[in-house]
Ligand binder design. Structure first.
Ligand code: DGL
Length: 268
């Protein structure tokens, strides 16, 4: 395997990329941030499906060997379509997140995510399908994505917003809380401060990279790249690059602003 393609609407998928690079330091990655069309979470499922198919076909055009859909909203709306037309393995975030929550042993599971992810019922259905005796509650948290994009992971405003969003789940006695959006691990300090120490947080980014290694370990083990990171964005963003450097603790080896319909347009 030579190149792993990863995509999300913005900085959220970098939490998946960080985890995968840590576990596979010699693999080469191409990350696509569809920043021109962010956020996905408030769009209709049909629109998200179209964006996701478009992003996947762009990455496949670059001859990736594994496609990682590092976006819960896209995974919830488009994973079957993405897998159906794909000659290479495709991994999404929802099932790994659900499996990790079940492994926590909790019976009361809370799911937070974008409006699109929560409305799709993808986590609720997957969890219930895996275990019928679970009690599940969910909550869309639409302000979390802009707060993560702003880099306000540990900020009083984020804690205030989290108090409002999480109140009902905490009053209900949630035991395990699935961070069902790859942007949310970037707010983990604030979410942890509000949820308290007894609530287990399941980070779908870590869960996804665990599954990538478990299920594609043999393929990934053969990865003999140079540890290169190529970063392609659909809209130039200084803020994205600053946050990306903080998250990944390194600079990209290649940066491009691209048009998904016509390929790379200009070097950054
Ligand atoms: N990070 C994405 C997710 O996991 C999408 C956020 C957005 O664009 O709304 O759902």
């Amino acid at each position: 395997m030579s190149l792993i393609g990863v995509f999300d609407s913005g900085v959220g998928g970098l939490t998946v990329l960080r985890e995968m690079r840590r576990r596979l330091p010699r693999a080469d990655f191409l990350y696509l941030g569809d920043t021109a069309r962010l956020p996905y979470g408030s769009k209709s499922p049909e629109t998200v499906r179209r964006y996701a198919l478009n992003a996947a076909s762009y990455l496949r055009h670059h001859e990736i060997d594994l496609l990682v859909v590092a976006c819960n909203t896209a995974s919830a709306s488009a994973l079957p379509d993405l897998a159906k037309c794909s000659p290479i393995p495709v991994l999404g975030v929802v099932e790994p997140g659900a499996r990790a929550a079940i492994r926590s042993g909790a019976r009361r599971i809370g799911v937070i995510g974008t409006e699109g992810t929560i409305r799709s019922g993808a986590y609720q259905n997957t969890l219930q399908h895996m275990r019928v005796d679970l009690r599940i509650r969910s909550r869309a948290c639409p302000l979390f994505v802009p707060l993560a994009e702003e880099g306000w992971g540990n900020h009083e405003i984020t804690r205030q917003v989290a108090r409002i969003y999480l109140k009902d789940l905490l009053d209900w006695g949630v035991e395990t809380l699935i961070l069902g959006c790859t942007h949310y691990p970037l707010l983990q300090e604030s979410i942890r401060a509000v949820a308290g120490p007894s609530v287990k947080l399941v980070d779908s980014a870590t869960a996804l990279s665990d599954v990538a290694i478990e299920e594609h370990g043999a393929l990934l083990g053969r990865t003999q790249g140079k540890g290169l990171l190529r970063l392609h964005l659909t809209d130039a963003s200084e803020r994205f690059l600053r946050i990306a450097e903080e998250i990944l603790d390194s600079e990209a080896d290649e940066f491009r602003v691209v048009d998904l319909d016509s390929g790379p347009t200009s070097p950054g």
